[in-house]
Ligand binder design. Structure first.
Ligand SMILES: NC(=O)c1ccc[n+]([C@@H]2O[C@H](COP(=O)([O-])OP(=O)(O)OC[C@H]3O[C@@H](n4cnc5c(N)ncnc54)[C@H](OP(=O)(O)O)[C@@H]3O)[C@@H](O)[C@H]2O)c1
Length: 387
């Protein structure tokens, strides 16, 4: 897309104009921040506050709706700076909550073939939203090829199933869900032995799978392709051989696992990094970032909640966070994070709280025993800085 086409695209309506203006300011002032000192940063805070307060609310139908800022992928696709994780860990009224998330203003949704019924729930919510006047072009939908589909010949089979589940004719971001291949059953699910050990496919070949992913872009079924929980050398191996480069990496990322090295690598390659578990999730009893006393002190200073501080900080690190909540008030709370900016000192304090891999929650072993024996297991060392 050239600049004038891009302008046309984003000048469609009043809401989009505001977003474009806001984005221009973010880009401009982010560059300024890199090259100048405190005075400029303070000026930027002021401008963001004024713009943020005046433009991050807009109306959709009869409801007041919040908006995310947007950013670009390396292939020109624009995505919101924050999304909604469509995977609910416990059964709830998923469709209603996803429709609520759409009406709250979320435009990026993350799901996966492997999350039970998640694609169908999202598909049903999207259908209702379209019926009420919502526009497909305003959305960015991510879903993922499961570990049981990591063979070139299986990519299209799983993608078609995802499209059917979602009721869509294209996916915006299609990711390989992880680097470890598994054998599958006839119903496409992973084969797992009775004792919980996975039936792994030790012949996993990332490059042939990637070529099949590229074919899906060429066929128009997918707009961009990427990776999830791949380590640096796996990313580079694909990057160096790819005809269509990865544009998104999804990894665990929050206050306690800040992923500096992977963020730096992806920044250099122009890969946008999505953070799952941005709040710290509730899947284990490891310490929760929102309970950290520094986070709570900073939240008090800005008159925000600890979670808003965590999500704002996540975006400042360059992540696109995809929090999930089953609570409609928290949906708003988690999106209402664009009207303030952390001071340099607060940023430094939060940065010092990184625990690297120590509090990693997602390590594949929790899902499929024996994962760490796969030749493509991404975490050679649980505390590795590089994964
Ligand atoms: N690529 C991958 O391999 C991968 C792996 C895991 C997850 N994911 C994606 O990441 C998404 C998010 O994962 P997640 O839900 O486990 O982690 P999360 O978003 O970090 O945490 C969700 C937890 O935080 C709570 N919460 C949300 N907003 C809150 C707020 N404002 N104040 C207090 N508590 C709040 C929620 O409770 P309430 O519901 O009670 O608010 C829930 O317990 C998933 O939906 C999925 O799309 C991807």
């Amino acid at each position: 897309m050239n600049i004038s086409e891009e302008n046309d695209y984003y000048m469609k309506d009043r809401c989009a104009r505001k977003t474009a203006l806001y984005r221009k300011f973010i880009v401009t002032f982010t560059s300024i921040q890199i090259s100048t000192g405190l005075a400029m940063r303070r000026f930027r805070v002021f401008v963001l506050l004024v713009l943020g307060l005046s433009s991050h609310l807009t109306s959709f139908g009869n409801t007041q709706e919040l908006q995310s800022l947007w950013r670009s992928l390396n292939n020109g696709l624009e995505i919101p700076m924050i999304g909604f994780g469509a995977h609910f860990r416990t059964p709830v009224n998923e469709e209603e909550l996803l429709l609520r998330a759409l009406k709250t203003g979320y435009r990026l949704f993350d799901t996966a073939w492997v999350y039970p019924k998640s694609e169908e729930h999202l598909g049903n919510a999207l259908k209702k939203w379209f019926e009420e006047g919502g526009n497909r072009d305003d959305l960015v939908i991510t879903t993922k090829l499961p570990l049981s589909g990591l063979r070139a010949g299986d990519v299209e089979i799983y993608l078609n199933d995802s499209l059917k589940n979602l009721g869509l004719d294209y996916i915006d971001m299609y990711l390989i869900h992880g680097p470890i291949g598994m054998h599958r059953l006839d119903n496409l699910k992973s084969h797992v032995y009775a004792n919980g050990t996975g039936d792994f496919d030790f012949t996993t070949d990332h490059l042939s799978v990637w070529r099949a992913m590229e074919d899906q872009v060429k066929a128009g079924r997918v707009r961009s392709i990427g990776l999830s929980t791949f380590n640096a050398s796996q990313i580079l191996r694909i990057w160096n051989q790819a005809e269509i480069k990865p544009s998104n990496l999804q990894i665990e990322g929050n206050l306690y696992i800040q992923q500096k090295e992977l963020r730096t690598l992806c920044n250099e390659l122009g890969i946008v990094v999505t953070a799952f578990f941005p709040i710290g999730s509730n899947v284990t009893n490891l310490p929760a970032p929102m309970d950290n006393s520094v986070v709570q002190k900073i939240a008090e200073k800005y008159g925000k909640t600890p979670t808003q501080i965590l999500l704002n900080y996540s975006i400042h690190l360059g992540f696109v966070p995809i929090p999930n909540t089953k609570n409609p008030d928290r949906m708003r709370e988690n999106l209402d994070i664009f009207d303030f900016e952390l001071d340099y000192d607060d940023f430094e304090e939060l940065s010092a709280l990184d625990q690297y891999g120590k509090y990693r929650k997602f390590d594949f072993e929790g899902l499929f025993k024996g994962s760490s024996k796969h030749p493509e297991y991404p975490f050679a060392d649980r505390r590795s800085l590089y994964t």
